[in-house]
Design a protein around this ligand. Structure first.
Ligand code: FAD
Length: 405
């Protein structure tokens, strides 16, 4: 038999971990493996809010694929996936086509705007290195402009964060730390700046421990962040937003709105013909697509139910990396002619949300609540562990976070 062709789409947390694990399990003689990604670098999606706020340089976040993947064992193709054709076992790229025996889809997420007028056109989203860089530049430009116009425009200094979930709160923590620096750089009174988190639910970080939520709100409020909970964003314009709270609508002028209130799987899933449920593939226990057993799906494109809660697991880097290990194991088994594939089991190692560089909240080891310095230290260890998993000690030493104190 010819060597099977394995194609991995996306070099995010799911795709790159699959590739790294596979290169240890299979040799060039076993299979022909190709990794496809839009850019020639992988990025730590979980750090993008820091790049967006300008508290971490984007070069710390991106890692050249060739520094992680052994190109003697895996072919890397830098290209954009345009279409997945599972019935023909083909993937259409912007600059060509690939056929496969086994496919791994790890194309990540896109912003979900829920049809709110103006979000798509006027709000910024934190979903790639380039989108994060744009936010950083845009905020800085508005601070720079503020003292350079005859008539002051307060909306230049108003930053709206749509969504008080993990991404919105983590961004709020970073921007709250960056604003005093920007004010100093551009001779602005910090009292003129507003950072406003809008959250539709009655509380920020819905589902998180109430004591930790209170801690997070106090920490951010002390640094100037305002919260409007039970407040729904109704419209986003280029120069402001409208939100609704207690059946009353209010406008806030703002030139910067960050939309962090929802993500959906890459829309290529919906157009692919793979069976999907609200845009994600409801994978089988072995992480194969139910409609196409030669297709594995990893990360934010996969839907896996948490039997305990009856709800899908939220999309996280943690679950994406664990899924990738199962997929690599199962692909290796298939290539070696084994039929018994491993079932995926999620091991919840907890979750920690940063509130800026030296503060955080989290729950680890099942139910241990942590906050402040301990949580911030833990968050950095989690970030370093993710680096270790994809690139070993060398990558941790190069890109790791060691500013513990
Ligand atoms: P990604 O890591 O997003 O990778 C997708 C890859 O596919 C990217 O490299 C992209 O360039 C590539 N791609 C996309 N479309 C195409 C195309 N058409 N052609 C070619 N390539 C393409 N999770 C946690 O566990 N803990 C956290 O603390 C945490 N914090 C977060 C903070 C922020 C600001 C954000 C945005 C997310 C955070 N997450 C966190 C969620 C986590 O980052 C995602 O769940 C995770 O990245 C999903 O991995 P993935 O492999 O599915 O997608």
């Amino acid at each position: 038999m010819n060597k099977p062709k394995i194609v991995i789409l996306g070099a995010g947390f799911g795709g790159i971990t699959t590739a790294v694990k596979l290169q240890k399990k299979l040799s060039r003689n076993d299979a022909h493996i190709t990794l496809v990604n839009k850019h020639d670098y992988h990025y730590q999606t979980t750090w993008l809010h820091e790049n967006a706020a300008g508290t971490l340089h984007h070069d710390r976040t991106r890692i050249p694929v060739k520094d992680i993947v052994d190109t003697n064992k895996i072919d890397f193709v830098q290209d954009t996936v345009v279409e997945i054709k599972p019935d023909e076992k083909k993937v259409v790229l912007k600059n060509g086509e690939l056929d496969y025996d086994y496919l791994v889809v790890g194309l990540g997420f896109e912003a979900a705007t829920f049809g709110i007028p103006g979000i798509m056109e006027n709000a910024f989203t934190i979903n790639s290195i380039n989108s994060a860089r744009l936010i950083k530049q845009h905020i800085e430009y508005n601070f720079a402009m503020y003292n350079n116009e005859k008539e002051k425009r307060p909306e230049r200094l108003n930053i709206i964060i749509g969504g008080g979930g993990f991404t919105g709160i983590e961004f709020a923590g970073e921007i709250a730390n960056r604003v005093p620096e920007l004010c100093k750089e551009y001779d602005i009174d910090p009292k003129d700046v507003r950072m406003i988190v809008l959250e539709g639910a009655p509380t920020i970080l819905p589902g998180f421990d109430p004591q930790l939520i209170e801690y997070a709100m106090n920490s951010l409020e002390a640094r100037g962040v305002e919260f409007k909970t039970g407040a729904l964003l109704k419209e986003c314009r280029v120069d402001g937003i409208t939100y609704e709270k207690d059946e009353k609508q209010e406008d806030i002028p703002a030139l910067t709105t960050i939309w962090a209130a929802g993500v959906r799987a890459n829309s290529l899933i919906e157009t692919s013909g793979l069976e999907h449920n609200r845009g994600k593939v409801p994978v089988q226990p072995d992480l194969r697509a139910p409609s196409h057993p030669d297709v594995f799906v990893v990360g934010d494109c996969a839907l896996i139910m948490n039997e305990e809660t009856g709800r899908p697991y939220p999309p996280t880097a943690q679950i994406a990396m664990q899924e990738a290990e199962t997929i690599a194991h199962n692909l290796s088994a298939l290539v070696h002619g084994k039929e018994n594939l491993e079932s995926f089991e999620f091991i919840n190692r907890g979750s920690v949300a940063s509130l800026g560089d030296s503060d955080a909240i989290g729950v680890i080891f099942g139910d241990k609540k942590i906050f402040g310095w301990t949580a911030s230290f833990m968050k950095k260890m989690i970030d370093n562990r993710a680096l270790f998993k994809i690139g070993g000690l060398g990558l941790v030493l190069k890109k790791g976070k060691f500013n513990i104190f």
